[in-house]
Design a protein around this ligand. Structure first.
Ligand SMILES: C[S@@+](CC[C@H](N)C(=O)[O-])C[C@H]1O[C@@H](n2cnc3c(N)ncnc32)[C@H](O)[C@@H]1O
Length: 252
């Protein structure tokens, strides 16, 4: 399962920029889908470990986080996912951590869930915010050229990257045509090299029996996210990351 261990350390800089350098010290932070808690590595001294909670459905990363960051709080969320938690419980609600959070973050989590699951989980996360709390989560716009954020990457969208990766395993498909269809969609799901435009709930992680090693990625346009979350701000990526961000503030 080592490929499921995150090595990205840019999350703190990314959210700090988009949230306009909030006060982090003394604020309770929930990193939803935070993996091994590598957010803390990028955060350095800015976030006290005992103010940090990481919730993830992958038991292995939670155990590793507990070892690496013993002062922080790691909670296993035993929700089913064919990829990350095949023995988990379908439709399980997010566990109550016993506190309200000032800042809730989710980096590259709803990029791997169906729209309905994203709506369900975001609603639950909203309910975990303290008065004046903020929730920030990333999403991928299918039209965004990743090289605009990171010039070392080949030009093209995340959809193209994933199709090219999947192509190694499978036969030839017209990648340009699939990329074009993804660009026309309000939202879409790419499972390996199969694209589904606005698929029904039977394609959600909770309903379908996926394969453990498949790639399951969802894409939402900025305009569509704005219509799903009318009280949110949908912001462009912060280099070198190429994911957009949705920011929801709770007003007291
Ligand atoms: C692509 S990784 C991103 C990890 C980390 N946030 C980062 O920025 O490196 C996605 C993470 O979300 C977790 N995850 C996927 N679905 C989830 C869900 N429904 N609830 C909580 N965590 C989930 C996975 O186990 C994995 O650790």
């Amino acid at each position: 399962m080592h490929n499921l261990i995150s090595t990205r350390v840019t999350q703190f800089a990314y959210f700090d920029h988009l949230l306009e350098s909030p006060v982090w010290k003394g604020r309770k932070v929930l990193d939803f889908g935070g993996n091994i808690g590598i957010f803390l590595t990028g955060a350095g001294d800015s976030v006290d470990h005992d103010d940090y909670w990481c919730l993830d459905i992958n038991r292995e990363v939670i155990e590793r986080g507990r070892r690496d960051f013993p002062q922080a709080h790691f909670v296993h969320y035993n929700r089913y996912s064919s990829q990350y938690n095949p023995n988990g419980v379908r439709y399980l609600s997010i566990p109550d951590c016993g506190i309200q959070f000032d800042i809730i973050l989710a980096f590259s989590v709803f990029t791997h869930t169906h729209q309905s699951e994203m709506l369900e989980l975001v609603e639950q996360l909203r309910g975990m915010l303290a008065p004046d709390g903020v929730l920030a989560f990333t999403f991928c716009d299918p039209r965004y050229d990743r090289s605009l954020s990171d010039p070392t990457l080949p030009s093209g969208s995340d959809v193209r990257k994933n199709l090219e990766r999947a192509r190694v395993k499978n036969s030839s498909r017209d990648i340009d045509e699939i990329v074009e269809r993804a660009c026309q969609a309000k939202w879409c799901l790419l499972i390996d090299e199969e694209l589904y435009v606005e698929p029904g709930y039977e394609f959600s992680q909770q309903e379908r029996l996926g394969q453990p090693d498949e790639s399951y990625c969802t894409y939402f346009t900025v305009e569509h996210m704005a219509s799903l979350f009318p009280d949110a701000k949908a912001l462009p990526p912060v280099s070198p990351e190429w994911q957009h961000c949705c920011i929801l503030r709770k007003t007291a």
